[in-house]
Ligand binder design. Structure first.
Ligand code: ADP
Ligand code: MG
Length: 632
C-alpha cells in the first residue's frame, strides 16, 4: 500500500516545487515561448537555436503536419495547404472576411452547429478551422518548452491583441485546449510588453505601445494606476507591417531589372516568393548595415545582382513609416492625452528594429522609445513573467495585472433600448448585477438579449446571445424581481445569469458570440456612439415615453374589459376610450414630450375609475366575512 503524505493544515506538502509555466506570444507572423528561469525571463529556442517560430502550418499528404521554418519554405510550392497568418481568421465567420480576395485559401463555413458559422479552410487533409491550425503552432511551442524545461507544463499565459473581442479570445483559448495547454490567463499584448519592461513596478503612468509586426500595426495607450493597466485607446492598421517594406524592395528590384531588360516577362509564383524572401533578408540586413547585396537566379535563367543602400531604402519606404503616425495620433486623441503626458513609449514587433521607424517614433513623441529588449521577444517575455506569478512561483504580493472590457455590455429592455450593465473599460474580472421586472400581469417567462456596444438602441449594437427564464410564478406586472448578473472572467469571457428572487428560479448563458468584431468595427462602433450621443438620447427618450404609454394602455384596457360596464356611465366610458385612442395615435410620433403629456392626461382622467374599481373589489372581497376573520 502506498504511504500517504501528511502535512500540517495550511502547509504545502511540497513547499519548494517549481511549477513549469510559460508565456506564449501567438503572433500573426511569428510565435514564441518564454519562461522565467532563475528570476530572469528568457525565450526558449528550438534545437537549431531559433527563438522565433514562423506562424506557418503545412498539412502534408501523409496526414503529417509541418510547423514553422519548414512549412514556411514550402509556402510558394504548396500555397493552398500552407497556412500563414491564421491569427487573422481566429473567431471569424465567412462574413467577416468577405473582401479578402487575394488570400490563396478556399474558405468554407463550418457546418457544425456548435461552431456558430465560424469559417474553415479547405486543405488536402480536409477542412481545418483556425482554432485547429493555431493549435498546431501551440503544440510545437509546448513540445519545445517541455523539452527545454524537462517536465510537463502547469500552464501558460497566452497573449492576444488588446482589441480582440469575445469570439477571438474564446478561439484562442480553444486552440490552447486542443494543444493540451492549460491557460492561466489571456493577456493583452501591449500589457505584456509593458510588464516585460517592468513598467508595472511604477505606481502610476501612461504608456504608449507601438507594435509593428509582419502584417499588422497596433498602437495602444495604457494607463497604469494602482497596479492595473487600463487600455485607454487602441488604434492601428490591420494591413500594414514589415511585409509592406519587403514588397517595396521587391517592386524596386523589378524596376531595376526592367530598366535593363525593358520587356522582362512576368514573374512566376515561385520567383515572386523567392524575390520577396530576398527582399525581406535585404531589409533585415539594412537594419545594421549600410548596404545590401541582392543576388539570386530566376527560373528563366536571369541572374539578379543588385545593391540597395540604406538611403534608397529609407526614401522609398518613408511613406510607410508616416502611415503609422495617423493611427498613433488618433489613439492619443481618443485617450484624451497630450504628448507631454506620456511617460514612456515601448517598441514592439520585429519591424520596429528598422532605424527610420525608431527615428520617426522618437521625433513624434519627442522622447527616446524603450528599445533595450528585443522588440520581437518583448511580448513573450512579459507573458512569461505573468505566468510565473500566476503559477504560484512568486509571493502573492506581486500584483496581478488586469485588463479591461473594450466595449460596454448590456441587455435589451422594452422599446428596443439597451441597458448597459458593464461599462466599457471596466477592469476584469468583473461582475455586475441589476434587477429587472415583468411588464405584464401574470407574465411567466422573460427573454434576455445580451448586447455589446456603446449605442442606446438595440439595432445599433451587436447581438451576442439570447436566453430565457421560464416558469416565473404569475404575479402582478412589476412585482417579480429578476436579478441579472453579468460576469466576465479574467480572460474576458462573459457569462450572464438571471434569477427570480422570490422563487429562486434561475437560468444562464455563457456567451460565445457567433462572429468576432474586427478592430475597425470596434473603432467604428465607438466613433458612432460619440457622434450619435445626442440623437441616441432623444431616441431613448421617445422609446421610454412609448413604453410608459404602452404600459398604461395595457392596464387600462384590461381594467375597462373587466369593469367598465359595471362602474362607468356610457359618457365616462366614451371619454376614456377616446383618450386612449388619442394616446395610441400620439405614440406613433417621435415627440417624447407630447407622448408623456398624453400619458399623464390619460392617467389623471382614469384615477377616479381606478379608485372606484378598488372600492368595488374590496367590497366584493369583504362580502360575507365577519370582522374577526380579517387580519387587520
Ligand atoms: P508578428 O507580431 O506579426 O508575429 P514580429 O513581431 O515577429 O511579427 O515581426 C515580424 C516582422 O519583423 C517581419 O516583417 C520581419 O521581417 C521584421 N523584422 C525582423 N527582424 C528585423 C530586422 N532586423 N530589421 C527589420 N525588420 C525585421
Ligand atoms: Mg506580435
Amino acid at each position: 500500500m502506498a504511504l500517504l503524505q501528511i502535512s500540517e493544515p495550511g502547509m504545502s506538502a511540497a513547499p519548494h516545487k517549481h511549477n513549469l509555466a510559460v508565456g506564449i506570444d501567438l503572433g500573426t507572423t511569428n510565435s514564441l515561448v518564454a519562461t522565467v528561469r532563475s528570476g530572469m525571463s528568457t525565450v526558449l529556442q528550438d534545437e537549431h537555436g531559433h527563438a522565433l517560430l514562423p506562424s506557418v502550418v503545412r498539412y502534408l499528404e501523409n496526414n503529417g503536419v509541418e510547423v514553422g521554418h519548414d512549412a514556411q519554405a514550402q509556402q510558394s510550392t504548396d500555397p493552398t495547404n500552407t497556412i500563414v497568418s491564421v491569427k487573422r481568421f481566429m473567431g471569424r465567420g465567412l462574413k467577416d472576411i468577405a473582401n479578402r480576395a487575394h488570400i490563396p485559401y478556399r474558405f468554407v463555413e463550418n457546418t457544425n452547429k456548435e461552431s456558430n458559422g465560424m469559417l474553415q479552410i479547405e486543405t488536402r487533409v480536409g477542412n481545418k478551422s483556425p482554432v485547429e491550425i493555431s493549435a498546431e503552432i501551440l503544440k510545437t511551442l509546448r513540445t519545445r518548452a517541455e523539452k527545454a524545461l524537462g517536465g510537463e507544463l502547469t500552464g501558460a499565459v497566452i497573449t492576444v491583441p488588446a482589441y480582440f473581442d469575445e469570439a477571438q479570445r474564446q478561439a484562442t483559448k480553444d486552440a490552447a485546449r486542443l494543444a493540451g495547454i492549460h491557460v492561466l490567463r489571456l493577456l493583452n499584448e501591449p500589457t505584456a510588453a509593458a510588464v516585460a519592461y517592468g513598467l508595472d513596478n511604477a505606481s502610476e503612468g501612461v504608456y504608449v505601445i507601438y507594435d509593428l509586426g509582419g502584417g499588422t500595426f497596433d498602437i495602444s495607450v495604457l494607463r497604469l494606476s494602482k497596479g492595473v493597466f487600463e487600455v485607454l485607446a487602441t488604434n492601428g492598421d490591420s494591413a500594414l507591417g514589415g511585409d509592406d517594406f519587403d514588397h517595396r524592395i521587391f517592386c524596386w528590384i523589378l524596376d531595376q531589372i526592367r530598366l535593363k531588360v525593358p520587356n522582362f516577362s512576368p514573374l512566376s509564383e515561385e520567383d515572386t516568393r523567392l524575390l520577396l524572401t530576398k527582399s525581406r533578408q535585404a531589409k533585415e540586413w539594412l537594419t545594421d548595415n549600410y548596404e545590401s547585396q541582392i543576388t539570386c537566379k530566376l527560373s528563366n535563367g536571369y541572374f539578379v545582382d543588385i545593391t540597395l543602400n540604406v538611403s534608397q531604402f529609407n526614401e522609398f519606404t518613408q511613406n510607410l513609416v508616416s502611415k503609422t503616425l495617423n493611427p498613433t495620433r488618433k489613439a492619443i486623441r481618443d485617450a484624451g492625452l497630450s504628448l507631454d503626458e506620456i511617460n514612456g513609449v515601448v517598441l514592439v514587433g520585429g519591424a520596429t528594429r528598422m532605424p527610420h521607424i525608431r527615428h520617426a517614433v522618437a521625433d513624434f513623441f519627442k522622447q527616446e522609445p524603450l528599445t533595450n529588449l528585443d522588440p520581437d521577444k518583448v511580448v513573450a517575455l512579459g507573458a512569461a513573467i505573468q505566468a510565473n506569478v500566476l503559477a504560484g512561483n512568486r509571493s502573492d504580493k506581486d500584483l496581478l495585472l488586469l485588463d479591461v472590457t473594450p466595449l460596454s455590455l448590456g441587455l435589451e429592455t422594452m422599446g428596443g433600448l439597451v441597458e448597459k450593465i458593464i461599462p466599457r473599460n471596466a477592469t476584469l474580472p468583473v461582475a455586475r448585477a441589476q434587477e429587472f421586472t415583468t411588464f405584464k400581469d401574470g407574465q411567466t417567462a422573460m427573454s434576455f438579449h445580451v448586447l455589446q456596444g456603446e449605442r442606446e438602441l438595440v439595432s445599433d449594437c451587436r447581438s451576442l446571445a439570447k436566453f430565457e427564464l421560464r416558469g416565473i410564478p404569475p404575479m402582478a406586472a412589476g412585482a417579480a424581481r429578476i436579478r441579472v448578473t453579468f460576469q466576465i472572467d479574467a480572460d474576458g469571457l462573459l457569462s450572464v445569469s438571471a434569477k427570480e428572487q422570490t422563487s429562486g428560479l434561475e437560468s444562464h448563458v455563457v456567451v460565445k458570440p457567433s462572429y468576432g468584431l474586427s478592430d475597425e468595427e470596434i473603432g467604428n462602433m465607438l466613433k458612432s456612439s460619440f457622434l450619435a450621443a445626442e440623437n441616441d438620447k432623444q431616441a431613448r427618450a421617445v422609446r421610454e415615453a412609448q413604453v410608459e404609454a404602452a404600459r398604461l394602455l395595457e392596464s387600462i384596457t384590461f381594467a375597462m374589459d373587466q369593469d367598465a360596464d359595471k362602474i362607468l356611465s356610457p359618457d365616462e366610458k366614451e371619454a376614456i376610450y377616446s383618450q386612449m385612442e388619442a394616446l395610441k395615435e400620439i405614440m406613433k410620433s417621435d415627440d417624447s414630450q407630447a407622448i408623456n403629456r398624453a400619458t399623464e392626461k390619460l392617467n389623471k382622467s382614469t384615477e377616479s375609475f381606478a379608485a372606484r374599481r378598488m372600492d368595488a373589489s374590496v367590497t366584493k372581497a369583504l362580502a360575507g366575512q365577519n370582522l374577526d376573520s380579517l387580519e387587520i
